[in-house]
Structures are given as C-alpha cells and as structure tokens.
Ligand binder design. Structure first.
Ligand code: S3P
Length: 165
C-alpha cells in the first residue's frame, strides 16, 4: 500500500510525509524532487524555461511510476491531484490523504522566494478552485493546521492500524 499526500502549496505534505515514512517504516518519495531529477533543473526553472505543460507531463509520468510499487509515502506537488489524470492513477490503488490547511495559515508559512512559480499573490482564487478537487481525489481529509508530528499522528489514526499492517 502507498500513502499519497495532497493539498495546497505549504500544507506540509513533504514534512508530514517524511515523519510518516519514518514512523511506519516506509520509504519516502516527493514528486517535485523526482520531476527535478528527471528534467535536471529546479521546478522554478522548468516553469520559466520549458513552461508549465512540460512540468505537468513529467509530473504525470512520475505519478504513474510511483503508483506501481508498494510501501511508499508519496508527497505530491500542490497541483498534481487537481488533474484528473493523476487522481485517476491513485484512486483505489493508494490511500490518498488531503492535508487541509486554511489559506490564512498557509500564507504565514510560504515564503515569496520565487521557488513556487504559482505563488503569485492571487492565491485565494487558486485555493478555492483546488480545494474541492483535493477532497474529491482523497479518501481521507486531515486538519493540517497543527504541528507536523500531530498531523502525522492524525493521518495514522485516520488510515487505521488495520490498513497499515
Ligand atoms: C505547484 C506546487 C509545487 C510544485 C509546482 C506547482 C502547484 O509544489 O509542484 O511549483 O501547482 O501548486 P508544493 O505544493 O510542494 O509547493
């Protein structure tokens, strides 16, 4: 079984994912890092030099590869599960968890450092458009407003010890 974490930029997917992987003895994978490795440059450069479509295609290929194996906690990029072709890949095969954090809290966490090309100030519209898609793509929703350890604990409780055996 793979656990897939989705949610808006800055919701804690990677941080919570690493904690989960450690606690559950699973491996950790991050779609952004795998796309960067595949295309040989950081996400910001892929968007600037090649365009978003190139990034999304590589992201889709990475998702397709990741959903095959077992025993992984997968942190997805904030856009990944808003595309039906990616949601479809994971549905039924992986346990998808949406880390739900209010935009107000996300804003206090995400730095405007240029590393997130879609973080441009008009985040409210993007957030409102995406939130229902995260919910539709997920089996579970967890409140991600608290600390990462607390959120990881809640994910484990939600998924249930039975499913994690
Ligand atoms: C994106 C989020 C980023 C990264 C890319 C696009 C998005 O990942 O995949 O910049 O569409 O929201 P994080 O959610 O890890 O910031």
């Amino acid at each position: 079984m793979n656990i897939v974490l989705c949610g808006f930029m800055g919701c804690g997917k990677s941080t919570v994912g690493k904690i989960l992987a450690r606690r559950l003895g699973m491996s950790f994978a991050d779609t952004d890092s795998l796309v960067e490795a595949r295309l040989g440059k950081p996400v910001s450069k892929i968007f600037a030099e090649d365009g978003e479509a190139v990034f999304r295609d590589a992201e889709h290929e990475v998702c397709a590869e990741l959903c095959r194996g077992d025993g992984k906690v997968i942190a997805t990029g904030g856009g990944a599960l808003t595309f039906e072709r990616n949601a479809e890949l994971f549905r039924g095969k992986c346990t998808v968890v949406f880390i739900d954090v209010p935009l107000r809290i996300i804003r206090s966490r995400v730095a405007c450092d240029g590393s997130r090309p879609l973080w441009d100030g008009n985040t409210q519209e993007l957030f409102d458009r995406r939130r229902p898609k995260y919910i539709a793509a997920s089996e579970f929703t967890v409140d991600g407003s608290g600390g990462s350890d607390e959120v990881a604990e809640e994910v484990i409780n939600l998924i249930g010890k039975e499913k994690l055996k």
